[in-house]
Design a protein around this ligand. Sequence first.
Ligand code: TMP
Length: 231
Amino acid sequence: MINVPFFAFEGADGSGKTTLFNGLKALLNDKIYFTREPGGTPVAESIRNVMLDPSLPAMHPITEELLMLSARIEHVNNVVLPKLLAGIPIGSDRCFLSSIVYQGVRGGIGMNEILQDHLRMLGRYLKMTNQDAELEVYSVLPSVIYYLWLPVEESLRRVQGRTSKKMDRLDLEGQKFHKLVHQGYDEAVALLQNNPDFGADKIILIDALQSPEQILAEVHADILRRLELCA
Ligand code: TMP
């Protein structure tokens, strides 16, 4: 069993996830290893570039799922497991919850199908890599997910008001699917909360209507408390 926190930050476009992540990085760089999904390793970053390349045509949802799963295995193998085994907490911008939402709901594969595919492939990965330690799959998935929630009208308003962000492939497609993704997050969070193997207490709902400063202060305090509990 691993008793080192693996924090992840999730939320639909416009929820303030990136602002929160950057704020935490500035405050906790000496205590937490910050990373992102898809990405965090050279191979996973290359997969990310393929996934987000606006010059590429739309991909089949199963292609997207397999790309994300490949990037995740690389991330687990090169970042998540080595850091956790070394006692270093992790903070990740996005995690497998995004796959359940974007490929499972928006792509139409199904939430449970994405979850089961992850459990199967991560299980196979652990069996191959970690024969002695008997780690179970959930130990390489986040132990705490901060989920930034706000009403769909407000997140849509914020996304439409953006002028500076360069649009990637999914941003361009995403405007059409904004409501579906938003609803997908709520459904995916409920799926995980009702899964006794994952545990309802691992998802922390954050009111994203608060100011960026309030959100940062709330999550920062919660992380410090959890780090202390594990020290
Ligand atoms: P971001 O860095 O702006 O969060 O962009 C990452 C994009 O990748 C975002 O549109 C969501 C998408 N994504 C998936 O479709 N599936 C996944 O599993 C992950 C982690 C991200």
